[in-house]
Design a protein around this ligand. Structure first.
Ligand SMILES: [Fe+2]
Ligand SMILES: [Fe+2]
Length: 181
């Protein structure tokens, strides 16, 4: 499997959670309960799976190799992707910081919860679409077989060194749980 195919598969899991996040935001906006445990699960999935695992492979390996192949990393499509990762982190920070106050009845915090959840979902959805249809194909066109092999080895090393063996299984289960409601 090409490294970009591994990333595309991870996108499918992230998209499942984005759908659920949008539903959750709509339910809360319509006056539903602020379910602290469930909102913390969204934060956990986004921070651990989407950011620490998926975005790390992009930022530390894929984008770096694209840079070596001549793509500018402080501008152009890669720069936009890096910027969107940062914007996503700020939405998740706003979400995480507002959950307790929202659950305590603070209406502004409640609005911040729904807005940051919905904004994160909208941002990541279009980000994923651009990566799947533009950025990854662009990378695969310029990567040699040796580049692909080195990237695949790098992905394996990241998984082995930074994540426990059951990491992917745990976050697949969490995504399914979040999507089931
Ligand atoms: Fe990305
Ligand atoms: Fe991605």
């Amino acid at each position: 499997m090409l490294p970009t195919e591994i990333l595309k598969n991870e996108h499918q899991l992230i998209l499942m959670v984005l759908d659920a996040a949008e539903r959750e935001a709509a339910l809360i906006a319509e006056g539903g309960d602020v379910d602290v445990a469930r909102l913390e699960q969204f934060v956990d999935f986004i921070r651990e799976f989407a950011d620490r695992c998926h975005h790390a492979k992009e930022e530390d390996l894929l984008f770096v190799r694209m840079g070596e192949k001549g793509f500018p990393v402080d501008g152009g499509p890669v720069g936009v992707m890096l910027y969107e990762h940062e914007v996503g982190r700020s939405y998740v920070a706003a979400l995480a910081d507002s959950i307790a106050a929202a659950a305590g009845g603070d209406s502004r915090a409640r609005a911040r919860v729904t807005e940051s959840l919905a904004a994160y979902a909208a941002l990541l959805r279009q980000h994923i679409s651009k990566e799947d249809t533009i950025l990854y194909p662009m990378a695969d066109r310029v990567f040699s077989d040796a580049d692909q092999q080195a990237l695949a080895t790098g992905f394996e090393r990241v998984e082995r060194e930074r994540f426990s063996e059951d990491f992917h299984e745990r976050y697949r289960a969490l995504a399914r749980e979040l999507a089931s409601r």
